[in-house]
Design a protein around this ligand. Structure first.
Ligand code: FMN
Length: 337
């Protein structure tokens, strides 16, 4: 039988499949199904700054007169009325106890003081680790790339001072140089990196001439961006690598491990195929390992990372060479006339 065990953040996981943070992971029934289907770990949905602030505002409101800021918050986050942070901590502790696999927490804060304070409160729920979900679409014309990155590195250092459990940075790909960003965060002792998060993008319905908010699921080919950076980072940083975004089946999981990932996170594929699909992914990995004569995940991790390859162009300009220099090949596959 194949050994699917993998080490992530100093924790031995039974296989490389982690269910990423999403609405599904905050429901105990769903968590139990994920464990049954074979998930190795789970990231509970993020605690957001708005939840924390909304409760502060409600407190403020009971002390002060009703104000416009509160009205605006309730308008923007109508569903958050009953999702206060204390209730969140309580539900998370219950979730941790409901399964025997590791449960990670996730925090998406805005204010400097919220990060370490709430990281410490999340740790007390018994979670195995914490993801810092640096999800923030830039809207300011003033903030420079350096300021944004320095602030996030500072947050990691600050949180690390307060926590004993491992701390992971979940990043979007929208940095000028993601390699440099990861390297700086690695030097600030982040224990691992989830590459990449998926920023929520609004859309416009042209018939209604109004904004719409689609579910934001990934598409199968989206995994390639993560694959490139995992492949470039493997063997060059201390922290562990968790691949995410567009991992839709067992083949994508294998691709990511070949590139150098310790683990993978899946979300969209579970919404599309159901929670039980986790067991299909695991069967697919095992079958592939048998076909390729691998006894353990460690035997092939990073085999196709940049560091392990003789060809220095594989992660750099190879695609351009292939696509641009051999333009007649593409026309054979896609005869446009
Ligand atoms: C419905 C939904 C809810 C999500 N909620 C969170 C969240 O609370 N925190 C977080 O860090 N990521 C959240 N994500 C992002 C996922 O964890 C994941 O990073 C992203 O969907 C890419 O992975 P995928 O291609 O497997 O879906 C959410 C995604 C979806 C689709």
């Amino acid at each position: 039988m194949s050994n699917l065990k993998t080490n992530y953040l100093g924790i031995e996981l039974k296989n490389p499949i982690i269910v990423g943070a999403c609405g599904l992971t905050s429901d105990v029934q769903h968590l139990k199904k994920m464990e049954e289907a074979g998930a190795a770990a789970i990231v509970y949905k993020s605690l957001f700054e708005e939840q924390i602030q909304l409760e502060n505002l409600e407190l403020e409101q009971s002390l002060n007169a009703y104000d416009e800021r509160h009205a605006e918050m309730l308008r923007l986050f109508p569903g958050l009325d009953h999702a206060g942070p204390e209730e969140f901590l309580h539900d998370l502790s219950k979730a941790v106890k409901s399964v025997s696999i590791p449960v990670f927490a996730s925090l998406n804060a805005v204010y400097d003081e919220t990060w370490p304070e709430w990281a410490a409160r999340l740790e007390k729920t018994g979670v195995a680790g914490l993801e810092l979900n640096f999800y923030q679409a830039v809207t300011s014309f003033e903030d420079t790339a350096k300021e944004i990155v320095d602030k996030r590195v500072e947050i990691i250092s600050e949180v690390k001072k307060h926590l004993k459990i491992p701390v992971v940075a979940k990043l979007s790909p929208y940095y000028t140089n993601p390699l440099h960003v990861v390297k700086k965060m690695d030097s600030a002792n982040a224990d691992g990196f989830v590459l990449f998060n998926r920023l929520f993008q609004p859309d416009i319905d042209i018939e209604k001439v109004a904004h719409v908010y689609p579910y934001n699921f990934s598409n199968p080919d989206d995994h390639r961006l993560s694959l490139r950076y995992i492949g470039l980072l493997h063997g060059n940083i201390k922290g562990d690598l968790c691949a995410a975004n567009g991992i839709s089946d067992y083949a994508d999981v294998i691709r990511m491990i070949l590139a150098g990932a310790n683990t993978t996170q899946i979300v969209s594929t579970l919404y599309k195929n159901g929670i039980s699909y986790i067991s299909d992914i695991l069967t697919g990995i095992e079958d592939w390992m048998v076909r390729h004569n691998y006894k353990s995940i460690d035997e092939f991790r990073g085999k196709l990372s940049h560091k392990m390859l003789k060809d220095p162009f594989a992660y750099k300009r190879a695609q351009y060479v292939d696509i641009l220099m051999k333009s007649d090949k593409i026309l054979k596959d896609f005869p446009v006339l």
